[in-house]
Design a protein around this ligand. Structure first.
Ligand code: BG6
Length: 477
């Protein structure tokens, strides 16, 4: 028992948080390029033009653009079997609506994929990871406009054809279910409303949000069909931010509330992408929230014919749900909840729950019965560099070790788990806060929250530990 042979051990990143080179090689501005830095307590700001005096951390990020060879060599040293990365849409189509791609951008990813294959590392590519071309935000209201579907499909066609012999594993949209929450307005749907610059508090119009999400579903389904027609070997997955929630008590109202939250938060998108149709509970939710999803003739068929080959998700924490509004709250990546008295939290208030991962894997496999992949997991923490340059990140090892143990339990339960790519394997910019100081990596990047530093790389203790884990196929923890 234990992890199967050929299990895809690796690490995960996203172009906007890791790549840098924001205005090099013909790249256009993306949604993430317009976000200033923030902190734990101060929200990031979205600006319509780049403003002097503000710092935009995604511009340089971790500078993978210039250091990909060095970084990939480090991944190879750890024994990575796969590397999750995203393609920046704006590197291929700078505005998003062009008809001809940018050759320099395409060449960059050719180089990256070739470098990965040199070491036998399989790329796992997210096609859209919070990287909406800003031009489309400004001129089309992003995914609210149905026209954007064709632009996205053109982008997919170009990258599928170009990389058909270099990439097998694809994910269409990162954490697509972010769009079921107000938080997703700008981050995943590219909808920018007037009235606030706080990216977490965009004015929410559920009608627009759910219409935009429908367009993403259609775009994803079309991409899946197109991908399979270009290379039948392609494995194309969905990607969901899995927010595990527990009823705070056995009070039936807690249980029901929790069920309803999970339906819309976790299952609404996965059901469309895996089963090819909206779930039964969608109708009531739409009615009660005055949402009228406009569908065109043929949409149902597109969804039916564009179901994914595997289900991938991020898992960081769990939360509790209560019908009592007076209970103490806790933070979360997309959504907070009620504090669980049995769990500890990270420095950013995310509750640590390895058993919840086993529970989640079983829950998902029971529902969908297709291969699963954990494509994000990890502990964002402050790291201390000792005077000799070493970094003793025992807390990170402890977090990952416990989660891997629980994944193995799920595999022994019978779940078909095919890979694990912990988040931010090399330090990168935090999506929620824009900080560099919230680190997830096995490799340290010498840069602070304002981009000061050499950007040199160094191995943390977790680097050596993860190497052993991979070498032993998850046995030596
Ligand atoms: C996921 C995103 O929600 O969580 C990543 O897909 C993000 O882009 C990760 O970085 C961790 O969140 P944060 O806010 O700590 O960067």
């Amino acid at each position: 028992m234990g992890f199967k042979e050929g299990f895809l051990w690796g690490g995960a990143t996203a172009a906007n948080q890791y790549e840098g080179g924001w205005n090099e090689g013909g790249k256009g501005l993306s949604a993430a390029d317009m976000m200033s830095n923030g902190t734990h307590t101060t929200p990031r700001q979205i600006t319509r033009t780049l403003e002097e005096g503000l710092y935009y951390p995604n511009h340089k990020a971790s500078d993978f653009y210039h250091r990909y060879k060095e970084d990939i060599a480090l991944m190879a040293e750890m024994g990575f079997k796969t590397f999750r990365m995203s393609i920046a849409w704006t590197r291929i189509f700078p505005k998003g609506n062009e008809t001809e791609p940018n050759e320099e951008g395409l060449k960059f990813y050719d180089n990256v994929f070739d470098e990965l294959h040199k070491y036998g590392i399989e790329p796992l590519v997210t096609i859209s990871h919070y990287e909406m071309p800003f031009y489309l935000t400004e001129n089309y209201d992003s995914w609210v406009s149905r026209e954007v579907i064709d632009m996205f499909v053109r982008y997919c066609e170009v990258i599928f054809n170009r990389y058909k012999d270099k990439v097998t594993y694809w994910l269409t949209f990162n954490e697509i279910n972010c769009g079921t929450m107000p938080m997703g307005n700008y981050l995943s749907l590219g909808i920018l409303n007037e009235g606030t610059r706080d990216f977490t508090k965009q004015i929410d119009i559920p009608q627009l949000r759910f219409q935009a999400l429908h367009h993403q579903f259609i775009a994803s389904a079309k991409a899946v069909q197109l991908g399979h027609s270009i290379n039948p070997e392609f494995k194309i997955g969905c990607m969901i931010a899995y927010m595990q929630n527990y009823p705070y008590t056995c009070h039936p109202q807690d249980v029901l509330k929790c069920q309803k939250l999970k339906e819309m938060g976790n299952f609404y998108c996965g059901d469309v992408q895996v089963r090819g149709e909206y779930p039964y509970f969608a109708k009531r939710y739409w009615e009660e929230n005055d949402i009228h999803v406009k569908m065109e003739p043929g949409d149902e068929e597109i969804l039916k014919n564009g179901t994914v080959d595997f289900y991938s998700f991020s898992y960081y924490m769990s939360n509790c749900v209560s019908h009592d509004p007076n209970l103490e709250g806790t933070a979360g990546n997309l959504m907070g909840g009620v504090k669980n008295p049995y769990l500890e939290s990270s420095d950013w208030g995310w509750q640590i729950d390895p058993d919840g991962l086993r529970y989640t894997l079983n829950e998902l496999y029971a529902r969908y019965q297709i291969p699963l992949m954990v494509v994000e997991n990890g502990l964002g923490a402050f790291d201390k560099v000792e005077s000799d340059g070493s970094i003793h990140d025992e807390y990170r090892i402890d977090y990952l070790r416990k989660h891997i143990r629980c994944m193995e339990e799920a595999v022994n339960d019978g779940v078909d788990l095919i890979g694990y790519t912990p988040w931010g394997c090399i330090d990168l910019v935090s999506a929620s806060t824009g900080e560099m100081g919230k680190r997830y990596g096995f490799v340290y990047v010498d840069s602070d929250d304002l981009g000061n530093g050499t950007f040199d790389r160094s191995r943390k203790d977790s680097f050596y530990w993860y190497k052993k884990v991979i070498e032993s196929n998850g046995k030596d923890l």
